[in-house]
Design a protein around this ligand. Structure first.
Ligand code: SIN
Length: 304
């Protein structure tokens, strides 16, 4: 059997598959469920300083090869999230706290709180494609990315992952900015900005109009971003975007990912997601004579 264990920013995962932010992440019970169902780690829903209702429905629509969603960063606020984390931490596996803020000071307060609640790492959401004043509106600027990352790094001891948007002209530039701010790892990619229009109503389907496109349709974009980032930075990369089979996972590892996040596939495979992906990746590794998932990272760059 090939070895699936990976280490990312000093955290050991039983397998490379991490539940992405926004999927089952509003309650601790569902995060714990994903961990018990075999996830290597989970990322919480992005949490802000205050409770936020998010956008009115419809907030998600299925499209060919994936979904377009615009939830509007709904969350109960950092104080109320403490009890969800108590539940999420019960299986004793890594939990990553995702946070979003409007500036370095908000990110830093949230980071301190999340750390005090016992999460193993932080993920900075600098990539939501449609929330005014948050997410990609900050993370499309390398100086802001560096400033927020450095401010959070100076305030906490746990590893800091920066989640990047593909909606930029050069993701490598933003990755380098995160690295120079002290990021321990990069997660790439968040969703692509997208929209779908109801032909009968003649109006966008989602209440917010635009949203983020995820699922198998974005996999080639994600793989290219990970490939470019691997050339540009030395810190590890968590690859994501359209992974739904073990072979998709292998492709991301070959492009340069050390670990992987999965989101849209969970809507289809539910609790079976992590055991299926682990089994399929393991089969790919054995049938291609690789001893471990680690052995695949960056191989597509032809350096060794
Ligand atoms: C949302 O809450 O609308 C999505 C968040 C994200 O894309 O980061």
């Amino acid at each position: 059997m090939a070895e699936l264990t990976v280490d990312i920013a000093g955290i050991r995962l039983q397998n490379p598959f991490i539940l992405a932010s926004g999927i089952w992440g509003e309650t601790g019970a569902t995060l714990a469920r994903a961990l018990r169902a075999g996830a290597g780690a989970v990322v919480t829903k992005s949490i802000g300083l205050e409770p936020r209702a998010g956008y009115p429905n419809p907030t998600i629509v299925e499209v060919p090869c994936g979904f377009v969603n615009a939830m509007g960063l709904p969350n109960p606020g950092i104080e109320a999230y403490k009890e969800e984390l108590e539940e999420a931490l019960k299986p004793g596996k890594p939990v990553v706290g995702s946070i979003f803020g409007a500036n370095a000071s908000e990110f830093t307060s949230l980071a301190r709180k999340m750390e005090s609640f016992g999460v193993h790492a932080l993920e900075l959401n600098l990539s939501c494609p449609h929330a005014k004043g948050y997410g990609a509106q900050l993370g499309q600027d390398p100086d802001i990315t560096k400033k927020i990352t450095a401010s959070v790094k100076a305030a906490v001891r746990i590893p800091v992952v920066v989640k990047l948007t593909p909606n930029v002209s050069s993701i490598a530039t933003i990755g380098k900015a995160a690295e120079s701010g002290g990021a321990d790892a990069i997660a790439a990619i968040n969703t692509l900005k997208g929209m779908t229009i109801d032909l009968e109503l003649g109006r966008p389907v989602l209440s917010h109009g635009t949203g983020g496109y995820s699922g198998p349709g974005i996999k080639p974009v994600g793989v290219a971003c990970v490939y470019d980032l691997f050339e540009a930075v030395k810190i590890p990369i968590i690859g994501m975007g359209g992974i739904s089979t073990g072979e998709d996972a292998a492709e991301y590892l070959l492009a340069g990912a050390t670990a992987l996040q999965v989101g849209s596939v969970v809507y289809k495979k539910r609790d079976r997601t992590f055991t299926h992906l682990s089994r399929e990746l393991s089969h790919f590794l054995s049938s291609h004579h690789y001893k471990s998932a680690r052995a695949l990272t960056g191989k597509a760059h032809g350096r060794s």
